[in-house]
Design a protein around this ligand. Structure first.
Ligand SMILES: Cc1cc2nc3c(=O)[nH]c(=O)nc-3n(C[C@H](O)[C@H](O)[C@H](O)COP(=O)(O)OP(=O)(O)OC[C@H]3O[C@@H](n4cnc5c(N)ncnc54)[C@H](O)[C@@H]3O)c2cc1C
Length: 388
């Protein structure tokens, strides 16, 4: 059986749905092919079930890409305010959590419901449980799902990245890119928890569940926020952020007590320079179990000014070489992807293959934590959709 449309969109995630809605509003007959049994599964699990759908302070600097300028045009054309206007049109209650991060008050289902309604209003046809087996190009693009063939002059690939395979992530988009001779930048898990080395796991991982406010650093990137010990390593917002930049086998640095002079009180006491005084000072600055462990491992032998200065410095620059990230099973996103040099920054269309578009996470544009990945998905989807 053959279905003919003006555009085929592969993937009913954030970017694919936004693209389909915009193209549908322009009168294009759009088919969205999704291999899962429902749309927007990643939206549903995002932001702890409340979907951090955008960030009010979204800037190009919040993204990683081999070409840091590529995302500028799309981000300027479709802004957080544009998406917010859509959310408000649907009377979805939301709140700002911190640093411009906007979350649903109720549930991420509000966002998928909104996208579904918009698709319906724009006449978009969504085909669920349809796994595309093959993509061909004759005078148009042909996607076959076995018994059904979809034909259209335009194909938009919005199949996302590799993270969380158990809810349907596949590398299909990268395969289509390679099939058409496009360069794909090496993919890696990003916004992922880190696994510590065997030696550090022994030292720290029984602290699983303990969290602290820290600054993580790698190169010229610094992130302040929570760090959480896990059974295999470290996680929490500041660790997820730095993981996107970290390259094995370089160390990352962690400031365990930002802005505090922890040993000052010990240094200024000439009579009680001892472990008990240090314990009390560190317990004041860090969670008790972490403070005690830190001193078990790093307390100076003597209590000279120099020893205390060393301890202070080490507390603000704990250098660790993680063994690995937790991988795609736990990463929020995939860094790398379709080389942006292959795409028009205005429309997301391939230069080498007219009519072929890539939008969202499958492209080599990766947001930091905080609603930026969805903003990229909306913006890139919008730019493609309005050019069809
Ligand atoms: C646990 C978690 C929490 C997150 N929280 C946030 C957050 O709060 N804020 C934020 O900005 N970002 C968050 N992200 C990242 C965000 O979800 C993604 O960056 C975003 O969903 C990317 O949109 P996309 O449309 O490109 O891809 P996706 O949303 O992944 O959509 C791709 C779609 O394509 C489908 N697909 C895949 N392969 C095929 C195939 N072969 N055939 C047909 N269909 C296929 C998939 O099933 C999926 O529906 C989170 C990610 C995770 C994993």
């Amino acid at each position: 059986m053959i279905h003919r449309f003006d555009a085929i969109v592969l993937g009913a995630g954030a970017a694919g749905l936004m693209c389909a809605i915009e193209a549908g509003k322009r009168g294009r007959r759009v088919a969205v092919l999704e291999h899962a049994d429902r749309i927007g599964k990643k939206i549903l699990i995002s932001g702890g079930g409340r979907c951090n759908f955008t960030n009010l302070h979204c800037r190009p600097e919040n993204f990683l890409s081999a070409n840091p300028h590529f995302a500028k045009s799309a981000l300027a054309r479709y802004t957080p305010a544009d998406f917010l206007a859509l959310v408000e049109k649907h009377h979805i209650p939301y709140h700002e959590k911190t640093l411009g991060q906007l979350f649903c008050d109720r549930s991420a289902r509000d966002i998928t419901g909104m996208l579904e309604q918009e698709c319906h209003a724009a006449g978009v046809a969504i085909f669920l449980n349809g796994r595309p087996r093959e993509v061909r190009r004759t005078t148009e693009y042909i996607v076959s799902t076995g018994e059904i063939e979809f034909h259209a002059p335009v194909l938009v690939v919005a199949t996302g990245g590799l993270s969380i395979p158990k809810i349907g992530a596949t590398g299909f988009g990268y395969d289509v890119a390679r099939q058409f001779g496009l360069a794909v930048r090496e993919c890696r898990p990003a916004l992922a928890p880190l696994i510590l080395s065997a030696a550090d796991r022994k030292r720290y991982c029984d602290l699983a569940g303990v969290s602290a406010d820290v600054i993580t650093s790698y190169g010229d990137q610094h992130f302040r926020g929570g760090m959480l010990f896990t059974h295999r390593g470290i996680s929490g917002p500041s660790i997820l952020q730095i993981s996107s930049y970290w390259k094995k086998p370089a160390p990352i640095a962690i400031d365990l007590a930002p802005g505090r002079d922890v040993t000052e009180i010990v240094r200024s006491a000439t009579h009680s320079r001892n472990l008990a005084a240090a314990r009390s000072a560190f317990r004041d600055a860090l969670p008790v179990r972490l403070a005690d462990r830190w001193l078990d491992l790093h307390a100076p032998r003597n209590w000279t000014n120099r020893d205390l200065a060393d301890l202070e410095q080490r507390t603000h620059r704990w250098e660790i070489v993680p063994e690995e990230t937790e991988g795609y099973e736990k990463a929020e996103v995939t860094a790398g992807g379709i080389d942006t040099a292959e795409l028009s920054a205005k429309t997301m269309e391939c230069r080498k293959a007219p009519g072929l578009f890539f939008v969202g996470e499958v492209v080599d544009v990766t947001g930091q934590l905080g609603g930026f990945n969805f903003q990229w998905a909306w913006a890139s989807g919008f730019c493609a959709g309005t050019s069809l």
